[in-house]
Design a protein around this ligand. Structure first.
Ligand code: NAP
Ligand code: MG
Length: 472
């Protein structure tokens, strides 16, 4: 087991202040993988001070200089992709296939997209008698979750650096190892000291210290709505900007006439891959009442291909969830659904077969779910699909929009035009039409309690810019 006691601050690894530690657990085996420091407020203060000291010089570099470093980060991610995928499989329990293709492939694609965007971005524009300068927002505090641990880091840090910001990153306590690997890649990309800083630690200590630090001008947070709200409250007091990417309860709506079998099969990938721990998971399947039993049967069949197993096996499609706490929480939701009258189609609260060790949950399908049930309203963040029936498309729209969230969704229809018309009325930031692929250059973010601000693409860069207008 590796024991680390250092943080990446001011361009070098230095001992963490304080003696708090985090033990990183492999969720598939329950073995201890490593120990990393649980950074203190003093570590955050050193990191924010280093970021502040580096900001003006970094912010004044020409974009071509920043582009060289961005390219080097992209190359570093590509060069270490197998190490990255193995690390996430170990600390998150995500199956190696998904870890390689999505958990590693996506951040590589995102880093590459910012190389392209930065190469053409105009940081000044003429408006009448003004020249408008798009300047860096300053020192960024980035707080990230564990579910797509490298993607969330790259989606914040890379555009922030492209914009000329400096960054202090506090990654999730469950997945600090891939964050340390990212810091090594940034170091090898020869960024000036202090431009990027990493403090591993707990949300309650390092996270709150970062959110409240006076040198931090913008907080970019991905995680739960509850923590996002507390960060926004803190930021409001200090007049800091915030970008919040929060939870979801996304609906996949199958309109009459659509290809039901494909819609249901694709839904399974959206809810069971990553063990359902995706903020944009399609956790609610909405089908017309006349097709309901057919949909439930299709869901049961499709679910049977997701057999929980060893995430290091390339054949495995579903691994454990991240922690014992999350396992218990997800099983608690399944029980809550059953208690409320939902029908167990497949899955359940017991451990899956042959998974005595590890934080495994059975891939579960709940039918006869009604919109008033807790399982239809709250984010379960596990491999649990709720199937709801609608009477007509207006009812489907009311159900789709009938939660506090609005992050993602799907619409399937016989023709694209009616799917688009339906999607335009959904209160949500992303909709996949008839199975359209995820696009890492399209802006990503929420309506309602799913957040404010956007990541990815040009909008993701512009989150980290502010304007200054000079009049002539
Ligand atoms: P979380 O508890 O909100 O944690 C997210 C991050 O915030 C972690 O680094 C956490 O540290 C830190 N944190 C916790 N309390 C804090 C505080 N009071 N002040 C500052 N930082 C604090 O979320 P999670 O349970 O790890 O992640 C799952 C949630 O994230 C789900 O609700 C999911 O939908 C959401 N999510 C949203 C998106 C999106 O793009 N919209 C993407 C991924 C996840 P610790 O690790 O020490 O708790
Ligand atoms: Mg947490």
């Amino acid at each position: 087991m590796e024991v680390y006691n250092d943080q990446y601050i001011g361009g070098r690894w230095r001992p963490s202040v304080g003696d708090g530690v985090i033990t990183v657990i492999n969720p598939a085996t329950e073995d201890s993988l490593a120990v990393v420091p649980a950074g203190s407020a003093a570590d955050i203060d050193s990191a924010a001070t280093a970021a502040r000291a580096a900001q003006r010089t970094w912010g004044a570099t020409d974009p071509g200089t920043r582009l060289i470093h961005l390219k080097a980060i992209h190359e570093g991610l590509v060069a270490r992709r197998h190490e990255i995928a193995d690390t996430m499989t170990a600390e998150l329990g995500v199956p190696i296939g998904f870890s390689t293709e999505i958990q590693t492939g996506l951040p590589i694609a995102v880093a590459d997209s910012y190389v392209e965007i930065l190469a053409d971005y105009e940081f000044t524009e003429k408006v009448g008698n003004s020249t408008v300068y798009h300047e860096p927002a300053g020192v960024v505090g980035a707080i990230t979750p564990w579910n797509y641990p490298l993607h969330q880091i790259v989606a914040k840090v890379v555009p922030a650096l492209a914009a000329g910001c400096t960054v202090v990153l506090k990654p999730a306590e469950n997945t600090p190892l891939v964050a340390r690997l990212f810091a090594r890649i940034v170091h090898e990309a020869a960024l000036p000291a202090g431009v990027f800083n990493l403090v591993t630690g707990l949300g309650s200590e390092a996270g709150t210290a970062l959110a409240g630090h006076p040198q931090v001008e913008l907080l970019s947070f991905t995680g739960s709505t509850a923590v996002g709200r507390s960060i926004a409250e803190l930021a409001g007091r200090d007049i800091k900007r915030v970008a919040l990417e929060l939870g979801g309860k996304s609906a996949n709506v199958v309109l009459p006439g659509a290809d039901l079998a494909t819609a249901v099969t694709v839904n399974m990938a959206y809810i069971f891959s990553n063990s359902g721990q995706s903020c944009n998971a399609w956790s609610r399947l909405l089908v017309h009442q006349d097709q309901y039993e057919e949909a439930v049967t299709l869901a049961a069949e499709a679910a049977s291909t997701y057999v929980p197993g060893d995430p290091t096996d390339p054949e495995t499609l579903i691994g454990p969830v991240v922690s014992a706490r999350r396992r218990d929480r997800v099983r608690g939701y399944i029980q809550l659904g059953l208690d409320a009258g939902a029908r167990l189609v497949t899955g359940g609260v017991e451990a899956p077969a042959n998974c005595e060790r590890g934080f495994y949950v059975r891939p579960t399908v709940l039918a006869d779910v009604t919109p008033d049930m807790t399982v239809a309203q709250e984010e379960i963040f596990g491999p649990v699909l709720c199937v709801l029936a609608y009477r007509d498309p207006e009812h489907a729209l009311a159900l789709a929009n009938g939660t506090a969230y609005g992050l993602a969704g799907g619409v399937w229809a016989a023709d694209e035009q009616s799917a688009i018309a339906f999607a335009r009325r959904m209160d949500t930031g992303q909709v996949h039409i008839n199975g359209g692929r995820f696009n890492p250059q399209a802006p990503f973010g929420g309506y309602k309690n799913s957040g404010v601000g956007r990541e990815l693409g040009r909008q993701g860069l512009e989150e980290f810019l502010r304007t200054k207008s000079l009049q002539f």
